[in-house]
Design a protein around this ligand. Structure first.
Ligand SMILES: [Cu+2]
Length: 501
């Protein structure tokens, strides 16, 4: 039977960011195509059969994006973005988190089921300049494409803009057995999608570009490369796509409408491949796509587009024929019944601009907004209270867990939402129902992943608790962070620019 091929972006068209008054369109680059940068794999300091040891260093550097002056950037073991980190399910992982930046930062493991709030690396876990913190955790989740980014509220957006984001790939025995490309850099390709504005002397100027609904730029970057091309040397290529933008949605398609298969979402491989010609990623979402270039000849070029802007040119080289077909079924996802007797947790994402809020309140890092017993399976109903006429899609993200999307407005979820997710785009006026279980105790943030919205307060936190082993947490406070930033910048605390605060 012919497979169904979806040809739309699923989300509500009137809510696309292109309809915002403040939308900044991407511009087709005028510079010559350059090879797509493939971040190197971060080498472990030490590796045994059971344990991996890494050092992740946040550092300042300069990066050549455009002809002329280099751009001042930040990165993880790299000038901009980071080296790709690979974890393996079941292994004990030990990481030194080194801060070589002139200001405090945090190391947030987006999509990893690790204890909150310190190992998780949100606002409660600052690493001060010149200092090194150490974390240990056991990886216990399926193979997935996750990521690391800075999360020092309310300066997450500006630090990510400078470059503090890196891809984190989890591997496991199940994914190892699937007929998927996995030769990193050859047919298994990370693609971090971002946009940036270049000012005088090719520099970033976050403050000049500031928009409380999310900062954007005219230039698309893929792994930090402007106008990239990729040489296709195998018939099938797997793209691990991360929306690493502060605000931009990516609506991907090939210029000739080539169909492809989505095989993975945020939390790992999906139960079944979904065939499509178009896919949209809201902020922080990841999609793993398998592209079959079998119909092309050496010398052909097919271009990955976002809306009407070219994003990456795939240049077809000679390759061996590969008739591997994806199975109709990829992995089993445990479908646990909700814990009986639990009320549905209702959450609202409210407002736009400076008015953004979660459940009508601004984020307070000292306030725990909700509690859920560790191991309980709870239904959460997330409502975007924006108007359907001029509201935005808010990507809802929960730390420390992978959830299942159950329903959109009581109707079916999108065809590519049957896998595990940690971020789900909620349309204006819509209610999205998800099923959430925390396997570890901790305090975890949940928020909109338009990063300026989270910095602006569309964020709250939940404690996953064990009634038999109650814990108290030392939670960070704004004054400590503000004073630290003031000292680092050599200004008075009241003069620290903290957008959204
Ligand atoms: Cu938002």
């Amino acid at each position: 039977m012919a497979k169904k091929v979806y040809t739309d972006y699923f989300f509500d068209e009137p809510a696309y960011n292109t309809h915002d008054g403040g939308y900044i369109p991407l511009v087709t680059p005028k510079t010559a195509p350059q090879p797509l940068a493939i971040p190197p794999l971060l080498k472990p300091d030490k590796q045994t059969a059971t344990d991996d040891y890494y050092t992740v260093k946040a550092q300042a550097s300069e990066t050549q994006f455009l002809p002329g002056k280099k751009t001042k950037t930040w990165g993880y073991n790299a000038g901009f973005l980071g080296q790709t980190i690979v974890f393996r399910n079941g292994k004990k992982t030990h990481i030194d988190l080194k801060n070589a930046l002139p200001e405090l930062t945090t190391f947030h493991w987006h999509g990893l089921n690790v204890p909150g709030p310190i190992t998780d690396g949100g606002c409660h876990a600052p690493v001060y300049p010149g200092e090194t913190n150490h974390i240990d955790f056991k990886v216990h989740q399926p193979a997935a494409t996750t990521w690391l980014h800075a999360h020092p509220c309310p300066s997450t957006a500006t630090q990510v803009w400078k470059g503090l984001a890196a891809m984190v790939i989890i591997k496991d025995d199940v994914e190892d057995q699937l007929p998927l490309p996995r030769n990193y850099g050859v047919d298994d390709i990370p693609m971090v999608l971002q946009d940036r504005e270049f000012h005088e002397d090719n520099q970033f100027d976050y403050k000049a570009d500031y928009d409380p609904d999310g900062v954007q730029g005219h230039t698309a970057l893929v792994n930090g490369t402007v106008n990239p091309y990729f040489d296709v040397t195998t018939q099938r290529v797997r793209l691990r796509i991360l929306n690493g933008s502060n605000r931009r949605e990516w609506r991907l398609h090939f210029d000739d409408d080539l169909a492809f298969a989505q095989v993975g979402s945020d939390g790992g491989i999906m139960p079944e491949p979904v065939y499509m010609t178009k896919v949209m990623l809201t902020c922080a979402e990841r999609d793993e796509l398998v592209i079959d270039f079998g119909k092309y000849q050496p010398g052909d070029e097919v271009t990955l587009m976002t809306d009407d802007t070219p994003l990456c040119h795939f240049r077809i080289k000679a390759f061996e024929p590969d008739d591997t077909k994806l199975p109709d079924h990829l992995v089993d996802i445990k479908d646990e019944a909700p814990t009986p007797g639990l009320p549905v947790r209702k959450i609202t994402m409210d407002g736009m601009d400076e008015q953004v809020a979660m459940d009508g309140k601004k984020f307070d890092m000292q306030r725990i907004d909700a509690r859920q017993k560790v191991g309980d399976v709870a239904i959460w109903e997330i409502r975007n209270t924006n108007s359907t006429k001029n509201g935005m899609v808010h990507p809802f993200h929960v730390h420390g867990t992978q959830f299942q999307v159950l329903a959109r407005n009581d109707g079916p979820v999108y065809p590519n939402e049957h896998g595990l997710k940690d971020t789900v785009g909620v349309n204006p006026g819509e209610i999205v129902r998800i099923k959430v279980k925390f396997e570890l105790t901790g305090v975890y943030m949940y928020h909109c992943h338009i990063i300026e919205h989270e910095d602006g307060g569309m964020m709250a936190q939940i404690e996953s608790y064990d009634p038999d082993h109650p814990k108290t947490y030392h939670l960070m406070d704004m004054e400590t962070l503000r004073n630290a930033f003031a000292k680092e910048k050599g200004v008075k605390p009241e003069d620290v620019w903290m957008p959204g605060c």
